[in-house]
Design a protein around this ligand. Structure first.
Ligand code: ADP
Ligand code: MG
Length: 261
């Protein structure tokens, strides 16, 4: 089934193709007889191919927002379109299909399956979507992350950096349109983290993937062309800046006012 076209007026700033569009997104949770607001009124439009960093202090709602944008979690208000599909209209099965086919994830804690080898971890999601040439594709992407020699090792036999490489291979293997990464360098020492970040940005550039990257590290965020700051469950700034070329340099602020929120 082909996705419905974007038929609404998204404003003059909307000159690209929206990969992710989120309106008035909110998330509340019942908490001891009261209602806890985790996200409130989040409006965000992310174009195909963009690299967006979501920043904010711990507890500001970054992971919650990522989960809602990726269709892992349901909002209590507002709507999200991902790759042209309105997530609210999809049942669990349709949502799972969309996620498997179009979306990749990388987490702080790697989230590899411990009883599967590196190669099997990469293969599993490919087999679930019935991707043709899954085995060759898994080997190719594992070579791309520099693990051609380690494909038969289990996660426990790999270092943290190597495990995150496997997770990157798994995320890119299905050629997702959008990749969501939640503090992908957060569990790694700074040198390893920097190498993983370079690899992630490299692969994203090579595959033309839209990347939404959650971080609380300004050095990581400085590599993104757009920075969205959350505070207390709200978007407090949304700025485009010239991305820094090296990880040691902070991004300069763009002169134009392109803030969306
Ligand atoms: P961040 O990723 O920015 O650290 P989170 O999105 O994980 O923040 O969480 C935002 C806030 O929502 C935090 O105060 C957290 O404790 C709360 N929260 C998130 N998920 C739940 C949940 N399932 N139940 C209760 N509180 C939650
Ligand atoms: Mg988080």
């Amino acid at each position: 089934m082909s996705p419905p076209p974007f038929d609404d007026a998204s404003g003059p700033a909307a000159n690209g193709r929206a990969e992710i569009e989120c309106r008035g997104r909110g998330k509340t949770l019942p908490s001891g007889g009261r209602t806890l607001t985790i996200l409130e009124g989040v409006d965000l439009r992310i174009e195909a191919g963009e690299l967006v960093a979501i920043l904010g202090p711990s507890g500001s709602g970054k992971s919650t927002l990522l989960g809602l944008l990726a269709g892992l979690d349901r909002p209590t208000s507002g709507s999200v379109r991902l790759a042209g599909r309105e997530l609210e209209r999809l049942g669990e099965d349709e949502l799972a299909l969309l996620r498997r086919g179009r979306v990749g994830f990388v987490f702080q804690s790697f989230q590899l399956l411990g009883n599967l080898t590196a190669r099997e971890n990469v293969l599993l999601p490919l087999e679930l979507i019935g991707a043709p040439g899954a085995a060759a594709c898994a080997d190719e992407v594992l070579a791309e992350v520099g693990l051609a020699e380690r494909t038969h090792h289990y996660p426990a036999q790999l270092s943290g950096g190597e495990q995150q490489r496997v997770a990157l291979a798994r995320a890119f293997a299905s050629r997702p349109a959008v990749l969501f990464a939640d503090e992908p360098t957060g569990n790694l020492d700074s040198e390893t983290g920097a190498r993983i970040l370079e690899l992630l940005l490299d692969m994203r550039a090579r595959h033309g993937t839209t990347l939404v990257l959650v971080t609380h590290d300004p050095q990581v965020a400085a590599r993104a062309e757009r920075q969205v700051h959350l505070f207390g469950g709200r978007v407090v700034s949304d700025e485009r800046a010239a991305p820094a070329r090296t990880s040691g340099r902070a991004a300069g602020h763009a002169a134009g006012d392109e803030a969306g929120g």
